[in-house]
Design a protein around this ligand. Structure first.
Ligand code: F3S
Length: 62
């Protein structure tokens, strides 16, 4: 599984970073970025939760 934060959709709400700081970080610009685009198997459920929690639907997986 890979995770991507859409820079155009992210508004810096930081829900993802607050819930899963090991998976998402805020850039200097105040937007989220995935710490590792390739998601380890044990983190897949957390990433799916982050996808569901982002109010801008900016996080997607493939
Ligand atoms: Fe951005 Fe959504 Fe996280 S708006 S900071 S990807 S909760």
């Amino acid at each position: 599984m890979k995770v991507v934060v859409d820079e155009d959709r992210c508004r810096g709400h930081a829900v993802c970073c607050s819930l899963f700081p090991e998976l998402f970080t805020l850039t200097d610009d105040g937007y989220a970025s995935a710490v590792e685009p390739e998601v380890a198997a044990e983190h897949e459920e957390d990433v799916r939760n982050a996808v569901a929690q982002c109010p801008e639907r900016a996080i997607s997986v493939s």
